[in-house]
Ligand binder design. Sequence first.
Ligand code: ADP
Ligand code: ARG
Length: 340
Amino acid sequence: MNPFIFPEESNSLVKKHLSQKICKLLEQLNTDSGFTLEKAIHSGLKNPDSAIGIYAGDAQSYQTFSPVFDPVILEYHGGVENLKHKSDIRELDLPVLDPEEKYILSTRIRIARNLKGFSFPCHMTLSQRRELEKKIITALSCLKGNLKWNYYSFEHADKKELKRLETKNFWFQKGDRFQDAAGINSDFPKCRGVYLSFDKQLMVWVNEEDHLRIISLEKASDLSKVYNRLCQAILALSQTLDFAWDKTYGHLTSCPTNIGTSMRAGVHIQLEKLEQKKELLFQLIKAYNLQIRGTRGEKTKIENAVFDISNSQRLGISESRIIQNLHAGLLAIIKAEKSL
Ligand code: ADP
Ligand code: ARG
């Protein structure tokens, strides 16, 4: 019998794909860092409303536990047979999406990175997190020009300064119950922090769901500008940091939903008319491979007709292609909103 009992009401992908046979095959295995199947699926077991329910504790998890990761990845990302994931991080020059600033409130692009040779955040000791934070701070200190500024450690930065960052949303909270059950919140807020560029348009979250979340953000609709800033940051950091990478799965992340480019590029866009014509909005979203999230992030509601619209594809597609698709999709959505 499967020793892991998923809640009856659970519809997670891990529950669907972890058959008794696969469970038997994997339950005694460990990665070199000691990560197990039980740890990988703990969040899915604890949270019946998990959509996915599995996390990787290190890069090797994707191989050691491939009989369960592979079908989850296949169902979430679509066909990956004979896939060689190719990265294409290069600057683009696309027209501003909403020059009159009527619809788009802000543009945000994030990518995730984990360092080769370190366990991933759900499987790290305090001393490993400390070593990693030190390494990342050294790498961040090499950023130049507009990307240069300051690292705010959640442990050591001035409390008033941290409060200010929190009210301005330049900060991340302790992870949600899904991340908590996975072990990502261990020792929070120790070894966590945020790097902010002088103009506050580049942010790097350290030791959140992944070792690094590199975020470019602006209260405007110039997608190329936001993307190009991200390209500069990631290319500069790649000079000194070695990232976990797989030729099929691309960049390896804690959650299998983020592998590939690990990129979520999107806008906060106010669509008062389309909110009343949801079927049309959903058609456009589908046609351009986009997704909708709530105004305050994942698993939140739409407030004031402000939708978070971003790419839904991450694997088997390049970063530049994601941005071009998103640009085309948003132009179509703005056109539809205007016509109503
Ligand atoms: P992820 O970091 O995986 O994209 P979330 O969906 O939870 O996860 O988003 C993280 C935070 O970024 C949330 O507070 C969300 O409201 C904010 N956010 C997302 N997109 C935008 C945007 N275009 N403009 C401003 N804030 C955004
Ligand atoms: N583990 C959660 C679930 O299965 C979240 C999955 C995607 N989100 C994320 N932040 N990785 O529903």
